[in-house]
Design a binder for this molecule. Structure first.
Ligand SMILES: [Zn+2]
Ligand SMILES: [Zn+2]
Length: 237
């Protein structure tokens, strides 16, 4: 087994009435990480070093700034800023030390521009969350393989957002092969297509409700069809 398998959160998410159980898991874990990074508990030294190096993306800084933990966030932002300035200084030195290219008519390929993406695209919280979600995708395939009742639960679920649907399809061959892999893939495809068709009907009825002729007809399941359709297409914000 590749890693510790924690099946309970996956089971709980699949029992939730929602358009994507993996989005539910992602949201819960993201909120927990935000609390843990701003919770004021003493951070392990190696985590602190990682925070100072990677910092947080705009989304996660924003989530952490909400509420009454602004001093803690400001202290982290200050240290991260200082460390980032030092790293920018280093990359500047590195560029200055590149040997000059050939003469005026040299046909050598131009040197690559400075790439700041390792500095601008890092987020310790995204890293943690992505690793956690990889584990839950793995666990979903694992449960499908080992537990018949999980299979039925998945089969009668409302499917997944397209991103997580893709991740589940991609993760199949890691643990399944042959006929079993085909069954798994077929089940995912069936569940997803069936639920996309359901949602297509629901969002269509939502649009038709704007027609005054339909004003008095019942909403059915369409009242919140727009946010659910966006979630299905692009995941939970
Ligand atoms: Zn999702
Ligand atoms: Zn992030």
């Amino acid at each position: 087994m590749r890693q510790h398998i924690d099946t309970i959160p996956v089971w709980d998410a699949f029992k939730t009435d929602c358009e994507c159980p993996l989005c539910e898991l992602r949201q819960t874990n993201e909120e927990n990480y935000v609390v843990s990074f701003t919770g004021g508990s003493v951070m392990e030294p190696d985590v602190r070093v990682e925070v100072n190096t990677k910092g947080f993306c705009a989304r996660h800084f924003k989530m952490m700034m909400v509420g009454d933990k602004r001093l803690g966030v400001a202290l982290m932002a200050h240290t991260y800023l200082k460390q980032t300035m030092a790293r920018l200084g280093e990359s500047r030195m590195a560029v200055q030390n590149v040997p000059a290219r050939g003469g005026l008519f040299s046909r050598k390929a131009p040197a690559a521009g400075v790439d700041l993406s390792p500095i601008t695209d890092s987020c310790i919280l995204c890293d943690r969350l992505n690793a956690t979600m990889d584990r839950y995708v793995y666990t979903t395939v694992y449960l499908w393989k080992k537990d018949g009742s999980f299979r039925s639960t998945l089969a009668s679920s409302k499917g997944f957002c397209l991103k997580h649907y893709g991740e589940l399809l991609k993760a199949g061959p890691e643990q399944l092969n042959g006929q079993e892999l085909k069954q798994y893939t077929d089940m995912l495809n069936d569940v997803e297509m069936k639920n996309l068709a359901r949602l297509e009907g629901e969002i269509e009825w939502f649009t038709l409700k704007f027609d005054h002729k339909n004003a008095d007809k019942p909403w059915g399941n369409s009242r919140d069809a727009l946010p659910r359709t966006v979630l299905k297409l692009r995941g939970k914000e």
